[in-house]
Ligand binder design. Structure first.
Ligand code: AHM
Ligand code: MG
Length: 340
């Protein structure tokens, strides 16, 4: 018997029925993100052809300007969200200031979107997985086309969040706070199809992901955790395996499926770590919690951090619940003497 295929569009509409008074704005916003994801996917998949089609900055054989992929992705998402009419402002990793959408349909829209259009920049040119991360908030300003304050909400206020991983296949994973669902792009029909319903972290994860090359700069709690992860102990499945792609989305996605913890710690030189709270840590934290996992800055739940600026950074410990808790225990031990 043929398996029933549910596309992202169908799934979003089915889920909307759970909210009888919903007017479908969030559904349309998610649909717009899905469309932009397909456009970016098309471009990511031909990235290796730039030598044939034209170098970045040049005009290619089609007479088009060849753009850097991260700039292309930024424009694709901004354009889809601007024309969709359900989002009044965007905070993007690629843009210093928020982008207010001033057209008539968007200016009074209910939602704002924080986005990292193409994450994992060091992997773009080398055929390694990269991703997009997005976070959707209900605006707090009453009218007009969005303000900085609309974005400075705690992660606990997120309405929806998700990511797209451009890997050996392309997947879109998202949550609206009722579990996490994953969709794989079927290139033959050009649709994201439900492939991973109700995603949860498996028990007994045994992978840790961290840029261990920076070991000397890590806080003592993280150093101790790494040493502990490398000990031999059958009962706890140790030594753990080290897996680090260097693309947050891909590392997070693998850990969600296989069980594991991702760590980007604070260091003395970068006490706030590297990753961004609004469009990297918060959306993944929301997904992690919805999938039974946990996300912390080492001491505090990510979703409870009050953002002060749109590009603010945070240390990040995220993944399988018990593994994140172990890292927190180690961080706590040195709390009095370490960066917070
Ligand atoms: P980017 O926004 O420049 O792509 O940086 C974010 C990326 C994450 O995807 C990844 O987890 C991290 O940077 C890797 O950093 P590092 O090279 O320091 O290990
Ligand atoms: Mg990034």
């Amino acid at each position: 018997m043929k398996k029933k295929v549910t596309t992202l569009g169908q799934f979003i509409i089915e889920k909307q029925a759970d909210f009888p008074f919903s007017k479908g704005e969030l559904s349309r916003l998610l649909r717009d993100i899905g469309i932009a994801a397909k456009i970016v996917n098309r471009e990511v998949n031909k990235a290796g052809l730039v030598d044939i089609l034209g170098e970045v900055g040049e005009v290619n054989v089609q007479g088009e300007n060849v753009k850097k992929l991260d700039v292309f992705a930024d424009e694709a998402f901004i354009s889809a969200l601007s024309s969709g009419g359900e989002c009044c402002a965007i905070a993007s990793e690629e843009q210093e200031e928020i982008v207010s959408i001033e057209n008539l349909v968007s200016r009074d829209a209910k939602y704002v979107v924080a986005i990292d259009p193409l994450d994992g920049s060091s992997n773009i040119d080398v055929n390694v997985s990269i991703g997009t991360i997005f976070a959707i908030y209900r605006r707090t300003s009453l009218s007009g086309c969005g303000t900085n304050e609309d974005f400075l909400q705690k992660g606990t206020e997120l309405v929806a969040a998700g990511y797209i991983v451009y890997g050996s296949s392309t997947m879109l994973v998202y949550t609206t706070g009722r579990g996490v669902n994953g969709f794989t792009l079927d290139p033959s029909i050009g649709e994201f199809c439900l492939s991973h319903p109700n995603m949860t972290f498996p028990e007994g994860g045994n992978m840790y992901s961290i840029n261990q090359g920076n070991f000397v700069h890590f806080p003592n709690g993280v150093k101790e955790y790494i040493k502990w992860a490398q000990e031999d102990d059958k009962a706890t499945n140790r030594p753990y395996s080290l897996r680090y792609i260097g693309s947050l989305v891909a590392d997070f996605h693998r850990n969600l499926i296989k069980g594991g913890v991702f760590i980007y710690p604070p260091t003395a030189a970068a006490p706030k770590g590297k990753l961004r709270l609004l469009y990297e840590a918060n959306p993944l934290a929301f997904i992690a919690e919805q999938a039974g996992g946990k996300a912390s800055n080492g001491f505090k739940r990510i979703l409870e951090i009050q953002p002060e600026t749109i590009h603010q950074r945070t240390p990040l410990f995220i993944g399988s619940r018990e593994m994140v808790e172990k890292t927190e225990d180690k961080m706590l031990k040195y709390m009095a003497t370490e960066v917070k």
